[in-house]
Design a protein around this ligand. Sequence first.
Ligand code: FAD
Ligand code: NAI
Length: 476
Amino acid sequence: MSEQQQFDVVVIGGGPAGYHAAIRAAQLGLKTACIDAALGKDGKPALGGTCLRVGCIPSKALLDSSRQFWNMGHLFDQHGISFDKPRIDVKKMVARKDAIVKQFTGGIAALFKANKITPFYGFGQLQPGNVVSVKQHDGSTVELKGTNVIIAAGSDSIELPFAKFGEHIVDNVGALDFDKTPKRLGIIGAGVIGLELGSVWNRLGSEVVILEGLPSFLPAADAEVAKLAAREFKKQGLDIRLGCKVGGTEVKKDGVHVAYTDAKGEAQELVVDKLMVCVGRRAASKGLLADGTGVQLNERGQIVVDEHCHTGVDGVWAIGDCVRGPMLAHKGFEEGIAVAELIAGLPGHVNFDTIPYVIYTEPELAWVGKTEEQLKAEGVPYKAGSFPFAAVGRAVAMAEPAGFVKVLAHAETDTILGMHLIGANVSELVHEGVLAMEFKGSADDLARICHAHPSLSEAVHDAAMAVHKRAIHKAN
Ligand code: FAD
Ligand code: NAI
């Protein structure tokens, strides 16, 4: 055992939450170390966490590749472009994705170097007294003492007891790395990963069946958005079956047999070449805490923190997927920055009311703030204004007219309470709502802001005007 090394800040986990905390702490003049256990596909340490290695970035790379391919077969014809049958080289597509991952994970290592952050590659365990022992990949152990320790251990896929991950039954990691398009792809869970990765392989030719346990589709989204999304996904060939209870799986010669009962309670069997299980993720807290640290876990294995991400143990904080709140990279980014600033004596803060949510399907879904259903349940008086992309010149010129923008504002104060979007590029447009809500803006404010013509953002403008029944491009 080497001598204990002393730091102002020791971060456990180099994912979105951890690397943001480490970089911001270093910017603020704190001597910082960051420990990460992950290895890339090449077996070498790879910073950036789930997001850069097997999450946000690789999934978006495949979504973009598959979208280009889909557009060739389904959109280009409208523009008068024709060609022989398009072909997809899956190995090349995956290699492109791997190159992007390598570029970005390497980028974090370069940022650490530029900010003089000391990386440690191995598994970190918090000991009592703000000491972290790190079992490094070469077998050696080092001990780091932090005036502050920030736990950013992230999350892992939930594995169902009757569907163990292997060659045929996979989670996101396997589904980002198929070397050919599975002819039949089964998916358990019609959540974000199921819809995004289901879309990727559906566009490339898989017959995709998604078995969802709940009787309703995307209950967290605005009901009108979810309804239109379900219709669009069905048109694309995604077979989403709601209210299904999966009871077991068996890998046989002809594929994975999935036994389930459908919404009517009737026994069914689905046979697929690959089965992806995406039923949520669990905080990666296993083995993280030695006895006697005082840090508490809740019944879901998440580290218990207060609204400032403090664990209640002097100098110990926790952020990102391993604590409460949405499992989103940008939520982790903000918590990382806020905690580093709090440690440095600055007023760090995360506003959970303005965190945007995006599902990168086609059309994209995005929202911020409350849904109509939530406002009704809370008894908040509101007005709604919506506007369809079919009436937006730019969307029609792009041949992407599906979808709409809906603005929800308080009936008395006009303050924007939520914005719900479905359509092309709404992952970008949702930030108009985020910004307006951060500044406590009103629907009238948004309606009086000049928007470029022609642009997709005109749907936001007209939806804000529609709140007061003065949209220009539709009957109110
Ligand atoms: P992680 O990214 O999980 O990073 C934690 C890191 O800590 C890992 O590298 C892990 O190896 C390391 N670690 C854990 N324990 C230890 C230990 N004891 N010692 C040392 N190292 C340790 N979110 C979005 O906002 N947008 C998206 O588009 C999006 N797409 C996604 C797509 C997929 C397929 C998946 C699976 C997730 C996606 N997410 C997306 C979610 C996003 O990836 C996570 O919310 C985000 O990565 C969480 O960041 P984190 O830093 O908390 O944890
Ligand atoms: P999820 O929580 O989005 O969806 C899981 C789905 O599986 C739910 O609809 C749930 O009802 C269903 N389910 C659970 N158990 C089931 C069972 N036994 N049988 C059938 N259905 C079952 O989780 P998912 O898709 O695994 O993603 C994990 C997290 O990753 C998400 O919560 C999200 O925060 C993050 N993510 C974010 C993305 C984005 O921001 N675009 C993209 C991908 C992931």
